[in-house]
Design a binder for this molecule. Structure first.
Ligand code: IMP
Length: 197
């Protein structure tokens, strides 16, 4: 059994990822590891932020760990909010304010194409003690609805409709969302890689 620390404080992400993990892996959350810090996300790319989060936790614990950073990329807004998705409407990281800003910025715009993109960064110490960094990406294409739909999930879920569905992520239960989700695709790649070690 492999034990892996997941460098996040986001309970929704932990629940989504735990529902995908097989019996060979045990995911430990930061709170389970007794770590209570707000990990910085200061960079301009998802990749750099994911590396920052994993590196902070690895340097504190010396344990194999992974982190993920996700952004909503809206074509008509030149891929904004992107790496700034959590703080699009300000430092308060308010989901409703972020959604309101997206809907306002897309008012009267016909092209609603968007995608969620997740980058996972894994820091893995091999048997010979060599520490290596690996990245895994997952993309979910879709579009932005004109109004909020549904109450499940988190973040931008009420306004994101994935390709192949007419429901928003917030109208789906976790299993349905996982069939489409960016995070699920990136996590699947991560666990395929770990299973091959
Ligand atoms: P983070 O920086 O990776 O924690 O995520 C940035 C922001 O993207 C979050 O605060 C959410 O607003 C949004 N987000 C990330 N993943 C999802 C998702 O699966 N659905 C909806 N919004 C998400």
């Amino acid at each position: 059994m492999h034990t892996l620390l997941f460098a996040t404080n986001n309970k929704n992400k932990v629940a989504e990822i735990q529902s995908l993990v097989g019996p060979d892996f045990k995911i430990i959350t930061l709170s389970e590891a007794g770590i209570d810090i707000d990990i910085p996300e200061p960079h301009d790319t998802l990749q750099e932020n994911a590396l920052e989060k994993a590196s902070v936790i690895f340097s504190m614990t010396q344990q194999n760990c992974f982190s993920e950073d996700t952004g909503l990329e809206i074509t008509a807004l030149k891929d904004a909010p992107g790496v700034k998705s959590a703080r699009y409407a300000g430092e308060g990281r308010d989901f409703q304010a972020n959604i309101d800003k997206v809907l306002l910025n897309l008012k009267d715009i016909e092209n609603r194409t968007a995608q969620f993109r997740t980058v996972i960064c894994l820091l893995w110490k091999h048997a010979n003690n060599k520490l290596q960094t690996y990245y895994f990406e997952g993309i979910c294409k879709g579009h932005i609805a004109h109004v909020m739909q549904g109450e499940k999930g988190f973040g931008y879920d009420p306004i994101f409709i994935p390709e192949g569905s007419d429901k928003s992520f917030a109208q789906m239960n976790m299993e349905e969302k996982n069939e489409f989700s960016h995070r699920q695709k990136a996590v699947t790649k991560l666990f395929e890689f770990l299973s091959s070690l």
